[in-house]
Ligand binder design. Structure first.
Ligand code: DON
Length: 571
């Protein structure tokens, strides 16, 4: 198995020559650093984070600066017009969870995407001005800074301003995304968005081309000078509201002024002697990750073998049950009583797995959400940071779909999210990730939409062990889960665990999705899983995990996902 993985890694390396920071040697290890590391979706952003720490900044400073930089060089998901979650674990063991998820505008409501025929208006929650939730990112960065930041605020924003003003080179993937979104940009924008459109339709963006975004540089300068007020008040707020008015959107000045990031109590749990922390609601990620780990813990996954029929079957059956719970029990805790403790109870998980048949797939149609004890009175990107003192930050942030709502704020140079589609826009109607939901995740003014983002940190015996997370919509939870078990149960290194192929089941639709290089349909395992009753399909890549592992000697190993341009930087 190790040999096969080493070969896959070698192939991935050849395919990723442009991402020079992904170091894969014959042992399959990723980039190794002595002191500090950042792994993010873009090499330039990872470099920004590294430089912040070399200047004496801590992991939170670095995470903030990396997010500002990603908003420039990785505009399809890095953002100031979206939202996210930040998990922190300081060197002294203290933990925190920051929620800067978007909110439904005050003028929004349960039936805002339902047409006269009672059906969801196609693409109304995914594209255009009405798809955008009230952005939370800048409020989140400031809240994190106020509590943990150490360098001057301006130092954290300036690298992004420099990138926007002086320009950066497009990677091949980024050039392709801009070219394929041209029609959308024209259709959904009211005025020409900054640099993003080539004047001539026949002209294509090329890898290596230098681009500049002066409007974004100006917006970021307002944020550098005025903190969150540079976004939620004054010129930027005025530009957002004018954009809304031109395009039929409903985000108001009041929505912007009232937006607050919220510190929440992290989800904590144990797995085979390791401790983990992850994001609580309004993300489903932390609770679902805990449920998945608890569901498989009684079984010796390691001896079952990586991607053996026995492992895949067990994991799929756990995922099926956990995603059924997600659809019913999880939503914004400020609006819905989430049965957090009931869902996190190990006994509850063992009850849910009681009808697990090791030889036969269950049918999702026959698996319903469980009944946990009631409450006593979720395009995205992830970054992982560890600083020289051992402080760790795990951030997942999103515009939702690639390029969000496709709407740029005219004159301000940034994209708005289409996060409203993460609500259950109509009970039982699948969202863009095929997820269904009900009352817990219905739209209400000011409510946060349920997320799957799962920024997580694992420790052992009180010491930092792993920082992990990924984008991928509904597949986020299963990708984080599988990366953790790849290391703990299947004995992989960090880069190996990140590069290893993945699969996913989310209760509905009742299919197991395999990455193309995971299990081939001519493989005996494919036939035997089908025989058990699983519906297997192949799909493109699942997730883009960026993670850091603390090695036994204290050095750091980066796992940067070859599925994207992701890169580790460290020193
Ligand atoms: O919060 C969520 O769960 C989604 N908006 C995440 C979207 C995502 O990961 C898309 N990236 N590939």
């Amino acid at each position: 198995m190790k040999k096969v993985l080493a070969l896959l890694l070698a192939l991935a390396f050849v395919a990723c020559q442009s991402s020079k920071e992904i170091v894969v040697d014959e042992t399959g290890r990723g980039l190794i650093a002595e002191k500090a590391m950042v792994v993010s979706a873009h090499p330039l952003a990872s470099e920004v984070g590294k430089e912040i720490m070399q200047k004496g900044g801590n992991a939170v400073d670095a995470a903030i600066a990396v997010q500002f930089a990603l908003a420039v060089v990785y505009p399809g998901a890095g953002n100031i017009g979206g939202g996210g979650f930040m998990m922190t674990r300081m060197a002294d063991g203290s933990i925190d969870a920051l929620d800067y998820r978007e909110k439904a505008p005050l003028a929004g409501g349960r039936n805002m995407y339902i047409g006269e025929n009672g059906e969801v208006i196609p693409q109304s929650s995914t594209r255009g001005h009405l798809a955008a939730g009230v952005p939370g990112s800048v409020a989140g960065f400031e809240a994190a800074y106020k509590k943990y930041g150490s360098l001057p605020w301006a130092d954290l924003v300036q690298p992004a301003i420099d990138l926007a003003a002086n320009g950066w080179a497009l990677t091949e993937k980024e050039a392709g995304k801009l070219n394929s979104n041209r029609t959308n940009f024209i259709k959904y924008n009211t005025i020409n968005p900054d640099f993003f459109l080539k004047e001539n339709e026949d002209e294509k963006w090329q890898a290596g081309e230098i681009v500049k975004t002066p409007e974004m540089a100006a917006t970021l300068s307002r944020i550098r000078d005025n903190g969150r007020d540079g976004f939620y008040k004054g010129e930027t707020a005025r530009l957002i509201v004018e954009e809304m008015k031109r395009g039929g959107g409903i985000i108001s000045l009041q929505d912007l002024e009232e937006y607050e990031a919220v510190w929440r109590k992290p989800i904590t749990g144990t797995y085979r002697g390791y401790d983990f922390i992850s994001m609580p609601p309004p993300s489903s990620g932390g609770i679902a990750l805990a449920q998945l780990l608890q569901s498989v813990e009684p079984y010796d996954l390691g001896s079952f073998g990586f991607h053996s029929e026995k492992s895949v079957h067990l994991i799929v059956e756990a995922e099926r049950r956990v995603y059924a719970d997600r659809a019913t029990h999880l939503g914004d805790p400020d609006f819905f009583d989430v049965p957090r403790n009931g869902l996190l109870d190990k006994k509850y998980q063992s009850d849910r797995m009681k009808n697990f048949d090791p030889l036969k797939a269950s049918k999702s149609a026959e698996i319903r959400a469980g009944a946990p004890a009631p409450k006593e009175s979720e395009e995205t990107t992830h970054l992982s940071v560890v600083d020289p003192k051992g402080n760790a930050v795990s951030v997942t942030t999103t515009l939702n779909g690639g390029m969000g709502s496709k709407v740029f704020v005219g004159g301000a140079g940034f994209l708005l999210n289409n996060e409203m589609d993460d609500f259950s826009v109509k009970p039982g109607t699948p969202n863009m990730y095929g997820l269904v939901g009900g009352e817990a995740n219905s739209i209400q003014p000011g409510k946060r939409m349920l997320s799957s983002m799962t920024p997580s940190i694992v420790s052992k015996d009180g010491k930092l062990f792993m920082v992990v997370g990924t984008p991928g919509g509904s597949t986020i939870i299963t990708s984080v889960f599988q990366t953790i078990i790849n290391v703990i149960d299947y004995d992989m290194g960090m880069q190996e665990a990140v590069s290893a192929p993945r699969f996913h089941h989310q209760w509905l639709p009742d299919v197991v999705m395999f990455e193309r290089d995971a299990i081939d349909s001519t493989d005996a395992r494919w036939a035997s899983l089908t025989e058990m009753g699983h519906n297997l399909i192949k799909r493109g890549t699942i997730g883009r995990v960026d993670a850091i592992l603390v090695l036994p000697d204290g050095r750091l190993e980066g796992g940067a996902d070859h599925r994207g341009d992701d890169a580790a930087a460290g020193y």
